[in-house]
Design a binder for this molecule. Structure first.
Ligand SMILES: O=c1ccn([C@H]2C[C@H](O)[C@@H](CO)O2)c(=O)[nH]1
Ligand SMILES: [Zn+2]
Length: 129
């Protein structure tokens, strides 16, 4: 899978991060199955709880614009270590994405790791009876 454009867009999205409390800036770029890309950054809040992660910002932007079929997301922060999505974001991904959805985790100095959503969230909750 071609990731160069997604990586570039995630880096650009990180520049918009609003993270005055943690100082941890995150950017994400989400590719829909038709090739459309939505980006997102983390948006913090003085009450902490309302903070939205970069991944969810990108997913919610896409869903709110009528897109629900996704194939991959790239995530980057200022950390040297690959930035992995938090548990809440994994659960939100599971709402819209299949087990083979690709998650590209990037470190700011080039270290990267990919995993499928099925690997990141095994035994995901489902309402299926
Ligand atoms: O994958 C992640 C992990 C953390 N954050 C944000 C939430 C908070 O603003 C800051 C520190 O946790 O980073 C993300 O956006 N995505
Ligand atoms: Zn998250």
């Amino acid at each position: 899978m071609e990731f160069a454009e997604l990586i570039q867009k995630a880096k650009e999205a990180k520049e918009q991060a609003y993270a005055p409390y943690s100082g941890f800036h995150v950017g994400a770029a989400l590719r829909c199955k038709d090739g459309t890309i939505f980006t997102g950054c983390n948006i913090e809040n003085s009450a902490y709880g309302p903070t939205n992660c970069a991944e969810r910002t990108a997913i919610f932007k896409a869903v709110s614009e009528g897109f629900r079929e996704f194939e991959a997301i790239a995530i980057i922060s200022d950390s040297k270590q690959p930035t992995a999505p938090c548990g809440v974001c994994r659960q939100v991904m599971a709402e819209f994405c299949s087990r083979d959805f690709q998650v590209l985790m990037l470190g700011c100095e080039g270290i990267q790791r990919t995993a499928s959503l099925g690997e990141l969230l095994p035994y995901a909750f489902s309402l299926e009876k």
